[in-house]
Design a protein around this ligand. Structure first.
Ligand code: ZN
Ligand code: ZN
Length: 346
């Protein structure tokens, strides 16, 4: 089968790989679609120390169960469309016992420590079934938008810390797919949304996808100055950094009102040191929150939002590619000309 593998030091190659066998694991899944995540693009641009060499990448996948191990929990059957929360906890460590399985000490993630979804077949580990990470899709027509349930789950995780209320002012840095998803979810809670996006091309790309958001370019005045002015001098109640840019973290902090909340959604390449003014955090009583991956429960919530039509993920998918064109897809996403790319198998 064709598979897209990581070989260390920014090297990703589309190559022929042996089709996997079920062995002692949970399910053999024929991949239907797998979308390209910001994390995948970071691996493509900067490499990844967290990813095993030779690993098939991709973690935002949906597929069809072809073969199933006996004795799994739940009522899965051959022929079901399934998706999964790709970060699989051990179930035993302190974080897992507290329900934060995404914070597991021995976290193992599809596309990083297990082979992922940029291939014709993948094996879903037994552990994923026992930890509740796998879930059945409720419909069989266009399953492609469901690949976005994983990034949406991460957005839900981030916002769970932020206490966003109706009427609040929320500023989002970056209007990539994550920034757009944050904006939609914030608006649904009745808050006002500002998006800091310096790229004219990107603003044009998303302006028709989002309604009732105010774009901020961060020109002469600087993003923080503009946000403070637009919020009547008080600053935003919440700032979400949905990009991997250190100066956006500094600007986000500076754009906040007293008692504001800052969410560092995008990780930074390198060590991530030196962007936050601790005195500002201290004197303004700012809450700073990290976020990493998501839990199975958040993935199920995301899937329900998509299925019920409350969240329209399909509109954010800019382009579908066959796996033979995955290299083009990565190139186009990395260049910023595509908002969200999904690899769709035949
Ligand atoms: Zn992802
Ligand atoms: Zn654990």
């Amino acid at each position: 089968m064709l598979a897209y593998r990581y070989w260390g030091d920014k090297e990703l190659r589309l190559e022929e790989a042996p089709a996997p066998v079920l062995g002692d694991e949970g399910a053999l899944v024929k991949i239907k679609a797998c979308s390209i995540c910001g994390t995948d693009v970071r691996m493509y641009r900067f490499g990844s120390e967290k990813t095993d060499k030779g690993r098939i990448v991709g973690h935002e996948m949906v597929g069809l169960i072809m073969e199933l191990a006996p004795g799994l929990p739940g009522d899965f059957k051959v022929g079901d469309y399934v998706s999964m929360a790709p970060a699989i906890g051990c179930g035993e460590c302190y974080s897992c016992r507290k329900g934060h399985t995404n914070m597991c000490d021995r976290l193992a993630t599809m596309g990083f420590q297990y082979d992922g979804g940029f291939a014709e077949y993948a094996v879903f580990p037994k552990k994923a079934f026992f930890m509740g990470n796998v879930y059945t899709l409720p419909c069989l027509n266009d399953v492609v938008p469901f690949t976005l349930s994983e990034p949406l789950a991460c957005v839900i995780n981030a916002q769970s810390y932020l206490h966003i209320e109706a009427g609040a002012d929320v500023v989002i840095f970056g209007s990539g797919i994550i920034g757009c998803m944050h904006a939609e979810l914030v608006r649904a809670q009745g808050a006002r949304v500002f998006i800091v996006e310096p790229s004219e091309e990107r603003r044009q790309q998303v302006k028709d996808l989002l309604t009732d958001v105010t774009f901020v370019t961060g020109g002469k005045e600087g993003a923080a100055g503009e946000i403070i002015r637009l919020t009547g001098g008080k600053g935003a109640d919440v700032a979400i950094i949905a990009c991997s840019v250190g100066s956006a973290q500094s600007d986000g902090l500076r754009s906040l009102a007293k008692c504001g909340r800052l969410s560092l959604f995008g990780g930074l390449p390198g060590d991530g040191l030196g962007f936050l003014d601790s005195n500002r955090i201290h004197y303004y009583e700012i809450g700073v929150f990290g976020v990493h991956a998501s839990t199975p429960a958040q993935n199920k919530t995301a899937m329900e939002l998509l299925y019920s039509g409350k969240f329209d993920a399909g509109k954010f998918i800019s382009k579908r590619y066959p796996i033979s064109k995955i290299e083009t897809a990565f190139k186009e996403v990395a260049e910023g000309s595509i908002l969200k790319a999904v690899i769709v198998m035949d």
